[in-house]
Write a protein that binds this ligand. Structure first.
Ligand code: 5GP
Length: 191
């Protein structure tokens, strides 16, 4: 997606050799115009596969999941929670996910009542790195006997194996922008 590629080139930074920092428009300050366009781009990419709900993981996936759900005609967004709070009690689907950015194991949870069996689920997240978050969400969908229509990510880091792993498992993966490398703090972004 042209606007996202341009934003990453103009306002993104590389941290070390693996971290893409896009706080200016995607992860801390949110460029709302860009988020609306990303939502539409996901709806176009998955056209013909109307989801019953969009699933993501808190917190950084929620904004893109929301604009995608709106672009699909205001379907609900369900986000997996990372911490065991009093808000999520009783019957939950759970999966363990290793966080690439924080270096810790998270348990992500979705209350069973929000993920009905047989529902068609589109998974959306901000980044795809090693595929842990997406795999954890797919695992939760499987536990619910629901169906993954596909996985959409705003930014894929193509130098990490997430896309390949998910594609091998048979999932349709759509990335709106692909960062192919980081050189001296500069991001290399595919056209
Ligand atoms: P994965 O689970 O695919 O290894 O990593 C994806 C998750 O980690 C995303 O939900 C995202 O929040 C976070 N993440 C992974 N790599 C990066 C990165 O380079 N920059 C940012 N901002 N987040 C990342």
């Amino acid at each position: 997606m042209k606007e996202l590629v341009e934003a990453i080139r103009a306002r993104g930074k590389g941290v070390g050799t693996e971290i893409v920092k896009v706080d200016m428009f995607l992860n801390h300050r949110l460029d709302t115009d860009l988020f609306v366009k990303m939502g539409r781009a996901f709806a176009d990419a998955f056209a013909g596969e109307q989801p019953d709900l969009v699933l993501t993981v808190e917190a950084s996936g929620i904004a893109a999941a929301l604009t995608t759900a709106i672009a699909f005609g205001n379907v609900p967004v369900v986000f997996a929670k990372k911490s065991r709070t009093r808000n999520v009690t009783g019957d939950v689907y759970e999966s363990s996910v290793f966080s690439f950015t924080h270096g810790v194991e998270n348990h992500i949870r979705v209350a069973k009542e929000y993920l009905p069996a047989n529902s068609k689920v589109l998974i959306i997240d901000d980044f795809l790195a090693n595929g842990e978050a997406a795999e954890g969400l797919c695992n939760i969908v499987k536990q619910a006997d629901a169906q993954v229509l596909g996985i959409g990510v705003c930014v894929e880091k193509s130098f990490q194996p997430g896309h390949e792993k998910l594609a091998k498992d048979g999932y349709k993966v759509v990335a709106l922008a692909k960062v192919t490398g980081i050189q001296d703090g500069n991001l290399v972004v595919e056209d």
